[in-house]
Write a protein that binds this ligand. Structure first.
Ligand code: SF4
Length: 521
């Protein structure tokens, strides 16, 4: 029996936010491809339903390595479960569900559309969502807390740390500060070396070979089309691999993570990042276990005299139990219409060269480098996403919803819930300041400070006019000019907008950038 909302659960009557039951151990558990860890089951012997539906890949033009990762993870889980799993490889979900003759339960899936779908199916019990540190009921209680006017990530994060006793000394945060972010904005090291070993890489097996052959065949038959390169699988598809990736990070990379987490290096795209977001978003790791393991690792090492920098430990914990959870909850809290928010009136199409990840078409060293990494790996870390790719789209007025689709399709860890709040809200300021108090727009000076791209670029980050004018620097001023009226009421934009009035060549810069538009810079 499908759960249904009755308007008394704080969901405003939206069935996709109903107060779902927690467990249904007697049923067969239908696990979506992003619900593959043991924490999506109610017991070690619970029977499972897994569905590989080709229609998912036919609907969108995903990165080739994302399609590989999802299929490989599903097939590995089916192999691991053996007889416990009914595994259907079909055209659509409905084809598989019509074949199942027993009661099913499913943890509430991760998008509005998929929740609507499971709620419409008779014979499917929908349970509370899993895979996040804070439950939807806990978030609702926090959001409705007395005197809460704004839902700030920082407040949410502190509440979650207190509730789960993470990095706490009694009632106080370890080290006396909740947030050490200001220690985590160092530029890249001058010698271009971050000083950590290569990440651990998984080894492909015969399941991967089968996935590769199927994707090649589907593409040749015209059933699907992809962007990005095929290549050796870089991200975990089993729980064992995911745990290995986490352990490798905690042992060898965590200490160096914090200070340079915002830096970009042309020759080192991994830096000291954990590379666990795809495994988290496939549901292979429970984020609370990641946080607990991180704190335990830091405490064990401190006891042995190997003190990890607190800004690294806290910075990583904040990414996992702060930002990731906050983005998830805001996706639901802001409602179905949030995706369409477009406060800055940005309506340009995503240009073909961006859709195709065609880094060769681009001269701008930063954008070309980041796009090339994305084409090759399906992944770049949060700063290239926000300050190179997102910043470009923001400056050029590309439609936020179209950019959300682009991020969802191009990244191996991209899902609807991750990208709507991150792209429409954080990156494109489509919400007018609900998630971020000011737009993440920056000129070439920021990229020059935080990367080594500008030295090898044909543009000059200091120039806004002329053949060698940096498209980010010129684009920044053209962006402010275009959005001046819509940003005028934002006190954090007062100084940048005043700066606009001091530019004697503003009209020429605006004309130059209008001519450039979204042609490859
Ligand atoms: Fe990017 Fe401008 Fe620097 Fe070139 S000069 S790498 S376009 S920021």
């Amino acid at each position: 029996m499908a759960a249904s909302g009755n308007g008394t659960d704080g969901s405003g009557g939206d069935p996709a936010l109903a107060d779902f039951p927690e467990r249904a151990p007697a049923s067969r558990r239908w696990c979506f491809a992003d619900q593959l860890g043991p924490h999506f089951l109610d017991g070690p012997d619970q029977p499972v339903l897994l569905i590989e539906a080709r229609s998912v890949f036919a609907r969108r033009r995903f990165h080739r390595q994302k399609a590989h990762l999802v299929l490989s993870a599903l097939r590995h889980r089916a192999a691991e479960l053996g007889d416990r799993a009914e595994f259907h490889q079909v055209g659509t979900y409905a084809e598989a569900l019509d074949r199942v003759q027993e009661p099913l339960s499913v943890c509430a899936p991760t998008s509005w559309a998929s929740r609507d779908y499971v709620l419409r199916r008779a014979g499917v019990d929908v349970l509370a969502a899993r895979g996040f540190v804070t439950t939807q009921a806990e978030f609702a209680a926090w959001a409705e807390g007395r005197g809460r006017r704004r839902l700030l990530m920082e407040d949410f994060y502190r509440d979650s740390r207190r509730r789960h006793d993470v990095l706490m000394n009694g009632a106080e945060p370890v080290g006396g500060r909740w947030n050490l972010d200001e220690d985590n904005r160092e530029p890249p090291p001058a010698d271009g070396r971050i000083g950590v070993p290569e990440p651990w890489w998984p080894v492909e097996d015969e399941i991967d070979a089968g996935v590769r052959a199927d994707l090649d065949r589907w593409e040749a038959e015209g059933l699907v089309s992809f962007v990005g390169d095929d290549g050796p699988r870089l991200f975990p598809v089993t729980r064992a691999e995911a745990l290995h990736r986490l352990e490798d990070f905690l042992e060898h990379r965590l200490g160096a993570f914090g200070p340079h987490e915002d830096a970009m290096l042309a020759g080192d795209r991994w830096l000291a990042h954990s590379l666990i977001s795809p495994a988290l978003n496939l549901g292979l790791l429970d984020p609370l276990e990641v946080v607990v393991a991180t704190e335990q690792n830091a405490r064990d090492r401190a006891a042995a005299g190997d003190l990890l920098p607190l800004n690294s430990v806290e910075g990583f914990v904040r990414q996992v139990m702060g930002w990731r959870d906050y983005i998830w909850h805001m996706y639901w809290h802001l409602g179905r219409d949030f995706r369409a928010r477009n406060h800055l009136g940005a309506h340009a199409d995503v240009p073909d060269w961006l859709t195709d990840l065609d880094d060769g078409a681009v001269d701008a060293a930063c954008l070309s480098g980041v796009l090339g990494d994305l084409r090759r790996d399906g992944w770049v870390h949060h700063i290239p996403r926000l300050m190179v790719l997102g910043n470009y789209a923001l400056q050029r007025g590309i439609d936020p919803s179209a950019m959300t689709d682009w991020f969802h399709e191009s990244f191996v860890d991209g899902y609807e819930w991750v990208m709507v709040a991150n792209v429409v809200g954080m990156s494109q300021h489509g919400d007018g300041g609900v998630l971020a108090t000011k737009p993440y727009a920056a000129g070439g000076a920021y990229i020059d400070r935080m990367s080594d791209y500008c030295g090898g670029c044909r543009y000059d980050p200091r120039k806004r006019l002329g053949d060698d004018a940096c498209p980010y620097t010129a684009g920044y001023w053209a962006f402010l000019d275009r959005t001046r009226d819509r940003l005028a009421g934002n006190h954090r934009m007062r100084r940048p907008l005043q700066g606009l009035d001091r530019l004697k060549d503003l009209r020429a810069v605006v004309e130059q950038e209008a001519d450039r538009g979204t042609t490859p810079p």
